[in-house]
Design a protein around this ligand. Structure first.
Ligand SMILES: [Zn+2]
Length: 251
C-alpha cells in the first residue's frame, strides 16, 4: 500500500475574478504550490517538479523554498527519484525538472505536442510557460529521460495516470491505491475544491468540455472516500494531516 504526501513550496495571492471562469468577485484568493510524493512502492514516485528561483521572483511568490528541499525533508534525496509523473507542462509543474537529475519524466503526447506547436507562443498560453524549461524537454528526450504517453496507463500496480486534458492539451491526473482508499491527485484538473465540487471551470483552458468531463472523472475515480487532492488549494492542509510546515500526509 502506498503513502501519499502533498509538499508545499510556495504561495501567491490573486483574486477570484482573475482565476475562476466568468467570476465577477474581486475577493482575495491564495494559491498554494505543491509537488506530490508517493512512497511505499519499489521506489519513490514524484508527481510534478515545481519551479526554480527565477519564477518565484518573476511571479511574486511568497515563502518559496526549493521543491527539492521539501522532498528531502519528506525523506527522499532528490537524486534518488527515478520517476516523475508530469501532470502538465505549465511552469509551476515542469520548470523544476533539473532538481531531480536521475528522474525519467512521464508526460502525455498531446501536452508535448501543444508546447512545441503553433499555439504555445500565443499570449493566452505563453504566460503559463517557462520557455527555458520547455526547451529542456527536448534535451531530456534525447537523453532518454522522457517517456511520452498516449492516454491512461498503469505506472506501478495501484498507481495510474489518466489523461483528462481541459486545462491544458494533455493534462493527466494520478490515482493511487492506499489503505484509506483511492487518492486522486487532481493537479490542475481542479486547482481548488470549488472547481470539482461546484463544476466551476478556471480561466486557463484549452477545452472547456474536457475540463467539465475531468470533474466527472475525478469524482468517479475518488468514489465514496472522496480523497481528492486539489492542485493549488490551501484547504488541502485542513482536509488532510499536516505533519510539519509544508508536509501534508494525504493517506
Ligand atoms: Zn498549477
Amino acid at each position: 500500500m502506498y503513502e501519499v504526501y502533498a509538499l508545499k513550496y510556495a504561495e501567491r495571492d490573486t483574486t477570484a475574478c482573475q482565476f475562476f471562469y466568468r467570476e465577477a468577485s474581486h475577493a482575495p484568493l491564495t494559491l498554494h504550490y505543491y509537488v506530490w510524493l508517493i512512497l511505499g512502492g519499489p521506489h519513490p514516485v514524484l508527481v510534478d517538479t515545481g519551479f526554480l528561483e527565477d519564477d518565484a521572483r518573476a511571479r511574486g511568490m511568497r515563502g518559496y523554498v526549493s521543491p527539492a528541499a521539501v522532498v528531502e525533508r519528506a525523506g527522499v534525496k532528490p537524486g534518488d527519484v527515478p520517476l516523475a509523473l508530469v501532470t502538465h507542462l505549465h511552469y509551476d509543474h515542469w520548470a523544476g525538472h533539473s532538481l531531480f537529475p536521475a528522474a525519467e519524466f512521464w508526460i502525455q503526447a498531446e501536452e508535448v505536442a501543444f508546447w512545441t506547436g503553433p499555439w504555445a507562443a500565443a499570449p493566452a498560453f505563453r504566460q503559463s510557460a517557462n520557455v527555458t524549461a520547455l526547451a529542456g524537454l527536448v534535451t531530456l528526450n534525447y537523453a532518454g529521460r522522457v517517456r511520452i504517453l498516449h492516454g491512461d496507463r498503469e505506472v506501478l500496480p495501484g498507481i495510474r495516470v489518466h489523461r483528462v486534458g481541459g486545462h491544458t492539451a494533455g493534462l493527466q491526473i494520478v490515482s493511487v491505491q492506499t489503505a484509506r482508499g483511492t487518492v486522486v491527485l487532481a493537479s490542475d484538473a481542479s486547482h481548488f475544491y470549488r472547481n470539482v465540487e461546484t463544476r466551476q471551470p478556471v480561466q486557463i483552458v484549452t477545452s472547456l468540455p474536457e475540463m467539465l468531463e475531468a470533474f466527472e472523472t475525478i469524482h468517479a475515480l475518488a468514489g465514496a472516500e472522496r480523497l481528492i487532492v486539489a492542485g493549488h488549494d490551501p484547504e488541502v492542509a485542513a482536509r488532510f494531516t499536516p505533519l510539519e510546515p509544508g508536509i501534508i500526509r494525504i493517506a
